[in-house]
Design a protein around this ligand. Sequence first.
Ligand SMILES: NC(=O)c1ccc[n+]([C@@H]2O[C@H](COP(=O)([O-])OP(=O)(O)OC[C@H]3O[C@@H](n4cnc5c(N)ncnc54)[C@H](OP(=O)(O)O)[C@@H]3O)[C@@H](O)[C@H]2O)c1
Length: 298
Amino acid sequence: MKIGIAGAGKVGFTIGKYFSTHGLKLTGYYSRSLDSSIEAAHFTGSKAFTDIATLARESDVLFLTVPDGAITSVYQEIDSGLLQGKLIGHTSGALTSEAAFPGIEDTGAIGFSVHPLFAVSDRYHTYEQMSDVFFAIEGNPDALRIIMPALSGIGLHVQKIDPEAKVRYHCAAAVASNLVNALLLTSIDMLRECGFSEENARSAITPLVKGNVDHALESGVVESLTGPVERADEGTVRKHLGCLSVRQKQLYCLLSEALVPAAQQKHPDRDYQSIKTLLEHAFISSLRENTQASQQTK
Ligand SMILES: NC(=O)c1ccc[n+]([C@@H]2O[C@H](COP(=O)([O-])OP(=O)(O)OC[C@H]3O[C@@H](n4cnc5c(N)ncnc54)[C@H](OP(=O)(O)O)[C@@H]3O)[C@@H](O)[C@H]2O)c1
């Protein structure tokens, strides 16, 4: 199985290097700039192509690792006559293969998408971390029958998902990464209000954040849960609510409410009803405060 990659960027370099160092045959790269193709080809010991048609002709499988907005147009650049019998995939997290490759059934090709659940921020080093990364895959069942064993055969974790679940899956990934950043930002801002410098705030929360995440991921979120919600400590939650801005209160209420079922699971004999009611009421009153504030600014 010969693999060609269109789009010599972070993901293109990374998967190409992983494939080529784990025994998969890489034809080479086509990219918008020839310099990128040459650099990627050099890095992976493959070839640089000046046109996508030749890359398609010489490959059995094509990965389009271009930005999401360019996937369909790059696919449409390929003469459909060249696609007969080929597998064509992309690596976007939010797009299905069906949406990305319109009319693929008329070309004789079969489509798939495979999304590495990882922030690939670098062209040259991320391939070294690929063996811990999950790849979510969806697409034509005939394509999956070939691609899934090929990827798991080189040590990658592969998870099949329904195309309908793709956006939800991508959103789950954003919740676990980008939205955690939003919480870190909120915490750092609050510590700055307590007199910490930005740098000290980051250092101060590092052991807390790392310890908590490690424990939650190793032992399970329920098992690792601590804090006033878990203890059903209404007094402390009330004090917290009293020190927050309206927006912060909303965030605090929604996230704390989301912890209640986990706390209840950890302590089935503990009564969380009054803390739940407190959070619900505080959330509703913060919505009212919001409405009043926006009416006053009109
Ligand atoms: N980075 C991540 O963390 C990550 C993680 C999972 C999935 N993904 C997905 O992987 C895909 C690629 O992302 P990336 O982060 O690797 O992007 P990237 O670093 O910006 O690389 C994309 C490459 O595509 C090339 N390109 C752009 N338009 C092109 C066109 N019309 N024809 C041919 N080549 C073109 C560019 O090449 P030149 O250098 O030649 O201009 C660029 O190097 C996206 O679908 C993204 O959603 C990214």
